[in-house]
Write a protein that binds this ligand. Sequence first.
Ligand code: ATP
Ligand code: NMN
Length: 171
Amino acid sequence: MRGFYIGRFQPYHNGHHHMVEEIAGQVDELVLGIGSAGDSHSPRNPFTAGERVMMVTKSVAEFDIPTYVVPIEDLDRNSVWVSHVQSMSPAFDVAFSNNPLVIQLFKEAGVEVRQSPMFRREVLEGTELRDRMIADKDWRSLVPDPVIDVIAEIGGVERIQHVSDTDSNEF
Ligand SMILES: Nc1ncnc2c1ncn2[C@@H]1O[C@H](COP(=O)(O)OP(=O)(O)OP(=O)(O)O)[C@@H](O)[C@H]1O
Ligand SMILES: NC(=O)c1ccc[n+]([C@@H]2O[C@H](COP(=O)(O)O)[C@@H](O)[C@H]2O)c1
């Protein structure tokens, strides 16, 4: 059985990693969708799809499960989003998500959806991690080690601080 799990992963954190570990116990192969793939260099979406591919690929290497990482751009039309996802991804039997819109769209399309409880959500939330990066507070303890390396390699903290500076995000 092949599972599908999509997130923006801005950045990929220990909550996502915990969910992947749980999913890995339920399926034989996993597709990880990098959502909003066209977005980057903004306060909410600082990292490119390629950078997020690196974070996710290096992190899930510790789990013993074949994993495909697929960037998926957003569409203006929710009604055809599941078809769009299916056109970009290896075929899957079950989708995993805690996002209400994603759950609704998959269910309406007849795809089985499984949810899992949120894991330490008071700190394991992308928004909280990005705020900590901007404020130079600890975020490294909340992500898998490979994510620390990728964010260092790409100058990610400097970037998010720069794009969050209201004087420097005009183009
Ligand atoms: N701590 C967590 N435990 C379990 N699942 C999580 C956790 N954080 C996020 N998820 C789930 O992972 C998927 C992808 O989430 P997403 O990439 O939006 O992360 P996020 O932490 O919610 O980020 P943001 O604050 O940027 O929206 C969603 O289904 C979301 O509900
Ligand atoms: N119409 C669309 O393009 C559409 C609909 C539902 C979810 N999505 C994307 O799926 C991803 C869901 O991940 P999150 O749970 O991290 O929000 C996001 O990137 C979101 O933009 C896109």
